[in-house]
Design a protein around this ligand. Sequence first.
Ligand code: ZN
Length: 87
Amino acid sequence: MPMTHTHTYVELEISLAAYKEIRAKLWAAEYGHCFVVGDEDEHGTGPIDMSGIAVIPAPYTRCSQCGSVIHEVSPGRYECKCEPAHG
Ligand SMILES: [Zn+2]
């Protein structure tokens, strides 16, 4: 009996550059299970099932108040929704 894998996901289209960055990082981290069967190599362009993995834009830091990922809004200045304009 052949083994089949069932994947349930929706496809979110992103740029090829972003796709390649994600693919390289997952591959380097040995997250091969994210790659759909039959396209599980570092050069594949098939869907990558990232269930349980959240993407965040870089560079970032973490809010000293609440721990959320926050981004630079201007050089050296970070804002978090928990308290605008701190950091
Ligand atoms: Zn915060």
